[in-house]
Design a protein around this ligand. Structure first.
Ligand SMILES: [Zn+2]
Ligand SMILES: [Zn+2]
Ligand SMILES: [Zn+2]
Length: 366
């Protein structure tokens, strides 16, 4: 058998076994296409989404346009929500992000029906709508479940977290994400020290002996990161090998840059990271974006890393309980491994409890 020769991507030289651009360049180009749309093109595309809304479940044109415009143009979805509701389309739930009060009330009326047929979908849509009325409804439905509850695996408070919020046992709202989002993208052009990704440490992992890194170094004094309310240096050390092969990594930080970490339930003691991988990881060119990005920036087609905002969940959305105070943690960052190590799968999610100065990092992949 003859071995097929690798074909380098004409843009980035990445080797693959098909003609044309590699997936990552293709996705980047798609992002740039949506980012560069004019006001007129955006309106026209939104009209087209509305006209063909019933085809969104085909994962083709309409789905691609919707997620592209939501992620890269932060579009108002109120008219799209009207059209979707009329056709009884409840997926993706982000269709309802800017639903009018009227649509919100109709969704609430549906979920308050004892035999609501699409309870999981309606709860997801309402979670994305968010707001006081939704919180009250969810709390009520959690305390006094309706018959549809037995067809679902989890409570309304879990569905709420899909929208980046939840509530405690007394019904008080708990915010699970930051409403500000910056991207981490490759930037060869300029040096920027607001965020550094994967800086090597002079330490080796006690489990697998791999050299460890500060996967994130955040300069909280940078104006862009002021929304985090951490005026200092936050370092998040991990073992780059174990991070994707353990239950989670728990980091205790101080805002003078001192941090320690502990690996919870490692799956193996073997180090699978080659020295070439380690070098690639630690020489990445990721930099914090100059300006804010839409909160759904990570939810487009491109593999991008974010600080703040909403994550694109590889599996089910997951908000950890703080190991110290047990309260729900807040999404601080999501790092796409492929961006820093060519061909690596999955995403590292980083969540924070600022009350306890504690961070949890965990990995998801398909
Ligand atoms: Zn490429
Ligand atoms: Zn390790
Ligand atoms: Zn805590």
């Amino acid at each position: 058998m003859t071995q097929r020769a690798a074909i380098p991507c004409p843009e980035c030289d990445r080797e693959k076994y098909f003609e044309g651009l590699c997936y990552s360049c293709k996705n980047r180009k798609l992002r740039e296409y949506y980012e560069s749309m004019s006001r007129g093109q955006i309106l026209e595309t939104v009209e087209n989404i509305i006209a063909k809304i019933e085809t969104i479940d085909k994962w083709e044109e309409v789905y691609k346009d919707f997620s592209g415009l939501l992620a890269y143009q932060d579009i108002d979805t109120s008219k799209i929500a009207d059209a979707a509701f009329q056709k009884k389309i409840f997926y993706p739930p982000t269709l309802y992000r800017n639903a009018s009060d009227e649509i919100q009330d109709q969704l609430i009326a549906l979920i308050c029906t004892p035999d609501c047929a699409y309870a999981g979908h309606i709860l997801s849509c309402l979670a994305v709508v968010g707001g006081e009325k939704v919180r009250k409804t969810f709390y009520e439905l959690e305390k006094n479940p309706l018959p549809w509850r037995k067809n679902l695996y989890v409570d309304p408070s879990f569905y709420a977290s899909l929208g980046g919020w939840t509530f405690d046992q007394a019904g008080n709202k708990v915010q699970l994400n930051y409403e500000t989002c910056y991207s981490l993208l490759e930037d060869e052009q300029h040096e920027d020290n607001a965020v550094k990704v994967a800086v090597p440490k002079n330490e080796n992992c006690q489990i697998c002996n791999c050299q460890t890194v500060d996967i994130l170094t955040l300069n909280g004094n940078d104006e862009r990161l002021s929304f985090l309310g951490l005026p200092g240096l936050l370092k998040i050390p991990i073992c780059p090998n174990c991070a994707s092969m353990c239950e989670k990594t728990i980091v205790r930080y101080q805002i003078d840059g001192a941090s320690t970490f502990e690996i919870v339930e490692p799956y193996t003691e073997e180090n699978y990271l080659s020295s070439a991988d380690f070098k690639e990881l630690t020489t990445n060119k990721l930099a914090l974006s100059v300006s804010k990005k839409p909160v759904y920036f990570a939810c487009g087609n491109d593999d991008v890393s974010i600080i703040g905002g909403n994550a694109e969940w590889v599996q089910d959305w997951q908000y950890e309980n703080c190991p110290d105070c047990q309260k729900k943690m807040k999404l601080l960052a999501a790092l796409s491994w492929d961006q820093i190590m060519n061909g690596s799968e999955g995403t590292l999610y980083v969540e924070i409890c600022t009350d306890c100065s504690l961070v949890v990092a965990f990995h998801q992949q398909t």
